[in-house]
Design a protein around this ligand. Sequence first.
Ligand SMILES: [Zn+2]
Ligand SMILES: [Zn+2]
Length: 268
Amino acid sequence: MYDYHFHTTFSGDSTIDPEKGIQRAIKEGIKEIAVTDHIELNVWRPGDVFDNDMVDFIEYFKTFEYLKEKYREKIAVKIGLEIGLQLEEKEEIDHLINLYPFDFVIGSTHTIDKVDLFYGKIYEVDKAKAYELYFNEVLRNVRVFDNYSVYGHVDLIVRYALRNYKDVEVSSADMELVGHILKEIISKGKGIEVNTSGYRYGLNSTNPNVEILKLYRQLGGEIITVGSDAHSIGHLGANIIETYELLRNLGYKYITTFKEMKPYQNKL
Ligand SMILES: [Zn+2]
Ligand SMILES: [Zn+2]
């Protein structure tokens, strides 16, 4: 089992202590884990303040280099990052990614016009419009950014739409945009991640969903990681085995791991 997405107390919204997280991952039978704490630059928070989610990278590398060495016989630890991609912040984002020796970077769309998808503002328009806005934002990001490893939870909007709309399905019009997004990702030699947290958010599905995973495979997509997106210790490794089974059934032969930003294919 490779869990390629989890957050520790280096991210403001996670309760996982780095060392306890690694120990728990070993207990869960995880063979390799990538820590992917958050960066989100200058995003809007309630109260109309702009805020940064930033990681103390000096401490982060110090901590995980130490843990990597200490537990090397039991688990492979990769040092990664989940970064919110925003065109307005491209220069700073590229700078940060290049500044540190990451093994793996998840690029995600967490905001539209600097507003976190978590907040209701975005859902004041109807569902079709909100989804169109979101997938167009992802499309712009995949066209402009080049230095991430996999795109995080490509259909993330579904997670939050659940609270705002009756129907949250990704429509055929959306799928057309998703097709363009996936083609761009594949042509640039990047991958996608399968995020298992949808099972915990009441979606009863991975993000992206099965239709998108089928399409990615059809289009020739091969670079794919799976991650729990755990923010609390009990979620490490959650639903990863079932997701491997799903991917096998969809014709995937490999799961990707990364080292120094280079992809490695592991037989499923
Ligand atoms: Zn995310
Ligand atoms: Zn995450």
